[in-house]
Design a protein around this ligand. Structure first.
Ligand code: SF4
Ligand code: SF4
Ligand code: SF4
Length: 347
């Protein structure tokens, strides 16, 4: 049943500059340690970092078949990722055994115990990428969290009314007391960012570090990021980094805009060095094909990259560039424009 929901007063948002992600996973660990250590969510990463091109996490998340939306944004039956072939189960490493027996670094996959012949897991294809060295090998990292969507599919799918968007900042939350664990939200979220806790038998997801936001402190995944690539603030704050990157410079764009949910997490797409031709000479073609970036970020990817290249060329010529200064993040505190808010009054 279609329901009407009041728009929040403000919307908190995040921008991630993919040109600066190191793939260090500090963000994932910061989130997991802080919020997500329940026994039933060992497999669940509210924040994850995937290597693309690749399968993503859970596997095939960028495949429209799993999404719960078609390419025009219309709702369809999505999929609940499988533990073995989607999320992947935890395994035990045996680096020590392998190193002690051979005296050399462990060959690929020998680090798994034989009884745990896993075929897939988070970051199974880390740093694999695509292409051939030295012509066109390429990959980049994509950190992902819940988008705190303007039109959340997870909320629309919940028959219990257990999911809501907070009035004061648009953060999407699952009420753990109302949730009955039906998992319609897991099925419906095309980004697969709601996870089922099979011990507590409820669904849970990123809370955008709501207690920190209330105190004017950036989320843990953003604050701990050594790459200084995450920006946090409110969509309507024209003095803040979000408005400047999303609306003024239009270099921060949504992941899978075709799903029509209005994500509030945005990405500065990755620039890449040129492909080489057969003689090893640089061509005009980028290593990461534009068509691939468009499959993730839609038609806005090309114009965003054009602005980035133009501003980077200006900076190379010694001219000033507000955009490059902002993205370089000389002072990490400038990445965050938040202030303490009044606490939500619970009825
Ligand atoms: Fe809901 Fe998924 Fe959007 Fe997060 S990303 S608000 S879980 S639909
Ligand atoms: Fe985790 Fe907070 Fe980042 Fe959400 S905003 S992914 S809860 S650290
Ligand atoms: Fe990338 Fe920052 Fe996460 Fe490291 S902490 S993986 S640099 S987003």
């Amino acid at each position: 049943m279609k329901q009407d929901f009041a728009a929040p007063d403000r919307q908190v948002a995040m921008v991630l500059d993919l040109n600066k992600c190191l793939g260090c996973h500090t963000c994932s660990v910061a989130c997991k340690k802080l919020w997500n250590t329940d026994d039933g969510t060992g497999y669940a990463y509210w924040n994850n970092v995937e290597t693309l091109p690749g399968k993503g996490y859970p596997a095939r998340v960028h495949d429209p078949e799993t999404a719960g939306r078609d390419l025009n944004g219309a709702t369809k039956r999505g999929q609940i990722p499988d533990l073995d072939t989607g999320y992947g189960r935890a395994w035990t490493f045996r680096h020590k055994d392998v190193l002690a027996s051979t005296g050399r670094p462990a060959p690929e996959k020998e680090w798994l115990r034989p009884v745990e012949a896993a075929q897939w897991g988070p970051n199974w294809d880390e740093d694999h990428g695509e292409g051939s060295y030295p012509q066109d090998n390429h990959y980049f990292y994509l950190p992902r969290l819940c988008n705190h969507c303007t039109h959340p599919a997870c909320r629309d799918a919940c028959p219990r009314g257990a999911i809501h968007k907070r009035q004061q900042d648009g953060i999407v939350l699952v009420d753990q007391d109302r949730c009955h664990g039906y998992r319609f939200c897991v099925e419906a979220c095309p980004y697969k960012k709601v996870y089922y806790d099979h011990v507590r038998q409820v669904s849970a997801k990123c809370i955008f570090c709501m207690p920190r936001i209330e105190e004017g402190v950036a989320p843990a995944c953003a604050r701990q990021c050594p790459g200084r690539l995450r920006f946090v603030g409110y969509r309507d704050d024209r003095e803040g980094p979000i408005w400047k990157l999303v609306d003024k410079w239009q270099v921060a764009i949504a992941l899978h805009p075709e799903y029509g949910l209005g994500p509030n997490v945005f990405y500065v797409p990755p620039m890449s060095p040129p492909r080489f031709d057969a003689r090893g000479v640089a061509t005009d073609e980028p290593r990461i094909p534009l068509a691939y970036l468009e499959s993730l970020f839609g038609a806005a990817a090309g114009p965003a990259l054009a602005v980035l290249h133009a501003e980077r060329d200006k900076a190379k010529r010694g001219e000033s560039s507000e955009l490059m200064d902002l993205l370089i993040a000389y002072d990490w505190q400038q990445n965050f424009k938040l202030e303490p808010q009044h606490r939500e009054v619970l009825s």
